[in-house]
Design a protein around this ligand. Structure first.
Ligand code: NAD
Ligand code: DAU
Length: 340
């Protein structure tokens, strides 16, 4: 099979590409990625020489380029990870999110219609459901929870989901959608909570916790997410949405303290800073559907996954040092300069 993976130079797409190239030597994995600030050829490097891997630099919203690639490759499956993914950036530059996350998805769907595919899979997010109150631990997101978004990022992802489902109903395109909770693990870009806190703590820099740190996220090790997507594209039912999550809710403050203690640092590094506008309070996934329909279960407990992740950042300093020496520092100043 020929499988186009968009956004494969990013965090989750990169982990997915590594898994697919290794696990399915007879499939050809073609990574289409625009290499935005979040795309990194050093993430792709471990598979670059593999005979069943090809890297193509390009924008999913560039219709001519996408059509030419489909005409050349004739993909059987398309898995769309490509997106602007950071909520804070979406608050500053929403237009970039509309362009890639909505228009880009539309171009990919049109290419799938034009050239024909067995499956289009949209990698979505639990953020499309909005948030849950902190004082109702009995509530979870199911696939039936109404879409109710908070940020330009989540609104753009929800728009893309609606487009994907419309192409299924109107044109009969064979699609699936997955909505996963917060991922963590290797190759996570250091603008997101966990890698940012690991790297700042290693440098004894302040750890900027938004608001009171009581917001709750439902953390899943990235490899468990990648396995779930593989199961959906092979055995999932066309037209269906699958939530992915491992019932691992933690407050941000608890996550930050775990990182501090693992690295042997002081809690005095914690700095409470101005809250994110529209900050979602709690995410919590009900994964009953994917467990009962496809037999998926998370394999990595948070205690093991976070230790492995911290060790990965200790063992792969060049990967994140190269990021920090580039665009990232200007970004950091812009985002955190006036929060102190
Ligand atoms: P990321 O920001 O690390 O990577 C995004 C990748 O997409 C980068 O390689 C970037 O270069 C590429 N890209 C961006 N715009 C592009 C364009 N126009 N054309 C081609 N490539 C482009 O993101 P991530 O955290 O790996 O997230 C991947 C997907 O998973 C996203 O769709 C995101 O919404 C979804 N998701 C993320 C999480 C999470 O916790 N990170 C959880 C659930 C769902
Ligand atoms: O739930 C899935 C989503 O998880 C994905 O769709 C997004 O692409 C991904 O970025 C992530 O969104 P979050 O906003 O939850 O992730 P982030 O790492 O930005 O923040 C996690 C929590 O930590 C959130 O409550 C905000 C808080 N935070 C974040 C940063 C960067 C801080 O307190 N301080 C920080 O410096």
């Amino acid at each position: 099979m020929n499988i186009i993976v968009t956004g494969g130079a990013g965090f989750i797409g990169g982990n997915f590409v590594h898994m697919m190239v290794q696990q399915y030597p007879k499939d050809n994995i073609i990574c289409l990625d625009a290499l935005t600030y979040a795309g990194n050829m050093e993430t792709v490097a471990p598979v670059l020489e593999a005979p069943n891997f090809q890297f193509v630099k390009g924008d999913i919203a560039d219709r001519d380029h996408v059509y030419a690639l489909f005409a050349q490759v004739h993909p059987d499956i398309v898995v769309n990870f490509a997106a602007e993914s950071h909520v804070d950036r979406s608050i500053v530059h929403p237009e970039l999110f509309l362009q890639t996350n909505i228009m880009g998805t539309g171009v990919l769907l049109d290419a799938c219609r034009k050239y024909g595919i067995q499956r289009y899979h949209q990698v979505s997010t639990d953020e499309v459901y909005g948030d849950l109150p902190l004082d109702r631990p009995d509530l979870f997101f199911t696939e039936e929870t109404p879409l109710h978004t908070s940020s330009p990022y989540s609104a753009s992802k929800a728009s893309a989901d609606l487009l994907v489902l419309a192409y299924h109903r109107t044109y009969g395109l064979p699609v699936t959608i997955s909505r996963c909770s917060n991922n963590y693990g290797p190759y996570h870009f250091p603008e997101k909570l966990i890698p940012l806190m690991i790297i700042n703590a290693l440098h004894d820099k302040p750890l900027p916790v938004y608001g009171t740190g009581e917001n709750v996220r439902d953390w899943l090790f990235v490899k468990d997410h990648c396995r779930a997507i593989d199961m959906i594209i092979r055995n999932g039912t066309v037209g269906e949405v699958y939530n992915i999550g491992g019932h691992n809710e933690q407050t941000n403050l608890d996550v930050v303290k775990t990182i501090i203690h693992t690295l042997g640092k002081s809690e005095a590094l914690i700095h409470f800073v101005k809250d994110r506008p529209g900050h979602d309070r709690r995410y919590a996934i009900d994964p009953t559907k994917i467990r009962t329909h496809l037999g998926w279960e998370p394999e990595t407990r948070f205690a093991d996954g976070i230790s492995q992740t911290i060790q990965w950042y200790l063992d792969h300093r060049p990967w994140w040092e190269h990021i920090i020496s580039g665009d990232y520092q200007q970004y950091y100043e812009r985002m955190y300069g006036d929060r102190a």
